[in-house]
Ligand binder design. Structure first.
Ligand code: FAD
Length: 390
């Protein structure tokens, strides 16, 4: 296992520079074929997709960074599918932001993590191994996998979502929870995603063909359906940073390039890199290793930043720097760490105000995620304009 864990950086490097270099290379050699080839899961190294998700999820690179590079090399119309996929994460995040109780219910139903044992379904067993060994699965494999988990193996979608949560190096509360719900028919009532042997054979180029092994005509259990109230809208007002002084900035795994983003606004701040290695203890060794690698690299690149691992040391640092404001990356549903903790009150008792700052990317897009992806995507061109990408 150690050997496997050590290979993670070959598959998923930890420096922003290398990620952007790899993406440039991807744009030159593969991106023009994305729409045609993206659904084929041809196994590692998955050259027909970008493998950007571990970085976009933590914003080591942002959606703006990625699309700026891609649109320099390709026209917006030729990138329509890729751009839409980039917005799928945004859409899921916005959708969940308006329905936090969907995530609360998922957490309440939490029936632990279930490491699947061998099933005899070759493709499924292969994907289990691939996920454990690499931390990654192709999108189509995630769809097939979730469908087989729920409808053939008859396990709960929650336990499957938990397995992904612990082993995916790109785990994203919104994309994962809603991805599993979508397959289970809980996003659009009863519209389930059924994995079919023919489809798997076609899109794995014949590598797998689980004929007769899958339940290809499952019935949706309507008792699982629950209506969720949508909160009316997400309101977020950008602070006027020019009127603030003694600002501290916290970079954490919710946004690893937050300093770059804020430097566009010419804000002077003291920086801190925060990483609590004890948080989310059920994560696999591989995921923990990857996250540690990202943080270590960032510490090397930002030697003037204070590094801390606990809320107590964050408070001491903020006090010793005589900060009046502490800015954190906005914590979306499923990513709340500071926003729901006592740290906020404790900082306030020392006259330090906290600000959870939402990037313009999310602020512009989230309000359109109130219904399905179809109405959401009608706004994509406008969103590209608002983000100065076209
Ligand atoms: C059951 C299930 C669980 C999933 N869990 C996660 C998860 O925990 N974390 C996660 O990041 N994605 C998740 N996804 C979405 C998707 O599978 C991955 O984002 C994608 O496979 C990442 O690979 P890539 O970067 O090579 O994608 P590319 O095809 O190169 O796409 C580029 C980017 O677009 C976004 N994107 C593409 N497809 C989707 C999608 N279907 N949903 C949301 N964003 C998308 C991602 O940011 C991705 O990096 C899940 C999908 C399913 C069906």
């Amino acid at each position: 296992m150690n050997e496997v864990v050590n290979k993670i950086y070959d598959l998923f490097p930890c420096t922003r520079e290398r990620v952007l270099a790899d993406f440039n290379n991807y744009c030159d050699h593969h991106l023009s074929l994305y729409a045609k080839k993206r659904n084929f899961d041809l196994g590692n190294p998955h050259e027909n997709v970008s493998k950007l998700s571990p970085y976009l999820r933590r914003r080591l690179v942002s959606e703006n960074d990625v699309l700026r590079i891609a649109l320099k090399k390709h026209s917006p119309s030729s990138l329509e599918k890729f751009i839409q996929e980039i917005f799928w994460r945004t859409y899921w995040k916005g959708w969940l932001e308006m329905r936090p109780d969907v995530y609360e219910d998922y957490e309440i139903d939490n029936d632990g993590s279930h490491l699947p044992s061998k099933t005899g379904i070759k493709c499924f067993d292969h994907w289990t191994e691939e996920l454990i060994e690499t931390g990654y699965l192709h999108n189509h494999a995630r769809m097939w996998y979730a469908s087989i988990w729920i409808f053939t193996l008859r396990k709960s979608w929650v336990s499957g979502a938990n397995f992904f949560r612990d082993y995916l190096i790109d785990w994203c509360p919104a994309s994962n929870t809603l991805g599993w719900r979508w397959v289970a028919g809980l996003q659009t009532r009863g519209k389930i995603y059924v994995a079919k042997a023919d489809n798997i054979k076609l899109f794995t180029n014949g590598k797998f063909s689980p004929d007769g092994q899958l339940d290809e005509s499952p019935i949706f259990d309507d008792a699982l359906w629950k209506d969720h109230e949508r909160s009316p809208h997400i309101s977020y007002v950008k602070p006027n940073f020019s009127t603030l002084e003694n600002i501290g900035l916290v970079i954490n795994k919710n946004d690893l390039s937050f300093n770059r983003y804020l430097s566009e606004d010419n804000i002077n701040f003291k920086g801190c890199i925060f990483h609590d290695p004890e948080y989310q203890p059920t994560k696999s060794v591989l995921v923990k290793k990857f996250e540690t690698g990202l943080i270590e690299q960032l510490c090397l690149e930002l030697p003037d930043y204070y590094f801390c691992k606990s809320k107590e040391s964050l408070i001491s640092w903020a006090r010793s720097e005589k900060l009046k404001y502490l800015i954190f990356p906005f914590e979306t549903v499923g990513n709340k760490y500071f926003a729901t903790s006592d740290v906020i009150n404790e900082l306030r008792s020392h006259n330090i105000e906290t600000i959870f700052h939402m990037r313009d990317w999310d602020k512009y897009a989230f309000p359109f995620a109130s219904k399905g992806f179809f109405p959401f995507k009608k706004n994509i061109s406008d969103l590209l304009v608002r983000n100065s990408l076209i």
